[in-house]
Design a binder for this molecule. Structure first.
Ligand SMILES: [Zn+2]
Length: 468
């Protein structure tokens, strides 16, 4: 049996692993590379394997860096089932369509900008990575599975999806492969959440594996505690709404972060630490993701279920309005104070959040709360780095609002969380592969595991192959 690493190898995005045993070949995740030109080239490069020869796909969760290349896999001939949890399948309905929409828009734009500078328009044709129609075909191949249930996607393969506590529907996948009479257990951690993270249950405990792939996004650092995060939120919101009388603008990722912030605002109201909040969720995609989350009460932890009961009783609960149309969104620009506006994109480089920033950044009585990672080159990063003036829609906007960076909200386990999860293994796996982390982080985390337990650990590179 062998494994090939086609992404998330010494980097964070592009998760995609090919498993090949005698008589079966399957993928775990088929994610998009994200960030800059190099990522784009990798996405456009041909698959290193023949999609027609893949029997099935196991998908850990809906994030685009794990799922975003599935439509292309299907467009290039993969016709088998894609197994994933029910909630992930529901989230993919909005996320893969959105991704296809972005691909089509970028291709249009590329064509236009190149066409103007080129004499041979046909040579410069820019094709989208995939189209909305191709995404629709791919969605038709999703096969929802139940957590903790036995699944046999193939005569030689059995697997189980376990809670990963990362985003709604996320899974650790246990896979048993019958390889020429030898039985091997593989464990794919997927992205692992924080124990104690709002809304979701903690990652399932796994005690054994012959082959383990573990993510290492934050293998080099520790997060702030949730208590500290709640204190920071209370201070920022009370100071802005009550003392200064302005608005609070929160850029947030549509899946996960938006729902966590809503949860914390509800919970802080229930605790009596915040009062009379007027919250606007101004992102149709975040609204859909919130609806899907609210529907899956069975996936929530005990605290979140308790909060849902309190919400149902409906006394002193915050006002939350979900805006859909562009007109409703624009109407928010007239509100001068007292509003909390949650909008996307999470890094402020696209979407409705840019309008809210252009209206509120220049006002000293307002605040912007940064609640997630801001990649280099984004508007969000320039704000975090302390820019005094930023350019939005071709206009210079002075930064006069207060800027708060709320730490502690992360969908990924930190170093302590990863080590504690690994600590449940009763004996060392024969192979442990560190994936889904920047190069220095992944190597550092590998060293840490060797120091702690003396395991045999590898940090695979892009396109590396290992005999198992
Ligand atoms: Zn993820």
């Amino acid at each position: 049996m062998k494994i090939q690493f086609h992404g998330a190898s010494r980097e964070v995005t592009g998760s995609c692993y090919v498993l090949e045993a005698d008589g079966v070949r399957f993928l775990v995740d088929c994610g998009m590379f994200q960030g800059g030109r190099e990522a784009r080239d990798k996405n456009y490069a041909a698959f290193e394997f023949n999609p027609r020869e893949i029997d099935f796909v196991l998908l850990t969760h809906a994030h685009i860096d794990h799922s975003g290349m599935l439509p292309r896999l299907v467009a290039e001939g993969f016709s088998g089932p894609i197994y994933t949890t029910q909630a992930t399948a529901e989230l993919l309905q909005i996320m893969l369509r959105d991704s296809a929409h972005i691909q089509e828009k970028e291709a249009d734009w590329g064509q236009y900008s190149r066409g103007r500078n080129s004499r041979k328009a046909r040579d410069t044709e820019v094709k989208p990575l995939y189209t909305l129609d191709q995404a629709e075909v791919c969605l038709g191949q999703l096969q929802p599975v139940v957590y903790d249930a036995d699944l046999s996607p193939h005569a030689l393969v059995r697997c189980k999806f376990r809670e990963a506590g990362h985003i709604l529907g996320s899974a650790i996948i246990e896979v048993w492969v019958d390889d020429a009479g030898q039985h091997k257990k593989l464990v794919f951690s997927g992205d692992l959440g924080n124990a104690g993270q709002p809304i979701l249950q903690d990652p399932a405990i796994i005690e054994s594996a012959d082959v383990l792939l573990i993510e290492s996004t934050y293998g080099d650092r520790l997060h702030k505690t949730l208590d500290q995060t709640m204190d920071e939120l209370v201070h920022a919101i009370t100071d802005t709404l009550k003392r200064k009388g302005g608005n609070v603008i929160i850029p947030a990722f549509t899946v996960g972060r938006t729902q966590e912030i809503l949860y914390l605002l509800y919970d802080l109201t229930r605790q009596g630490r915040l009062h009379d909040l007027n919250i606007y969720v101004d992102s149709p995609m975040a609204t859909s993701a919130t609806e899907i989350t609210m529907k899956h009460i069975e996936l929530m932890d005990t605290e979140a279920r308790g909060l849902m009961q309190w919400l149902k009783r409906g006394q002193n609960v915050p006002q939350v309005r979900f805006t859909q149309s562009v007109e409703e969104s624009m109407a928010l620009n007239q509100i001068k104070g007292g509003a909390i506006i949650l909008s996307a994109s999470g890094m402020c480089d696209a979407g409705r959040i840019k309008h809210h920033l252009s209206y509120n950044l220049g006002r000293t009585e307002c605040s912007v709360l940064i609640t997630g990672f801001q990649a280099g080159g984004t508007l969000g990063r320039r704000l975090v780095d302390g820019a005094k003036i930023v350019r939005i829609f071709g206009r210079d906007v002075p930064v006069r609002a207060d800027l708060y960076t709320i730490g502690g909200l992360s969908a990924h386990a930190d170093q302590a969380g990863l080590l504690s999860w690994l600590g449940h293994f009763r004996k060392p796996p024969h192979h442990t592969f560190i994936v889904h982390g920047e190069e220095n982080v992944a190597f550092g985390f590998a060293d840490l595991i060797r120091e702690n337990w003396n395991w045999h650990v590898e940090v695979p590179g892009y396109k590396d192959e290992f005999e198992l």
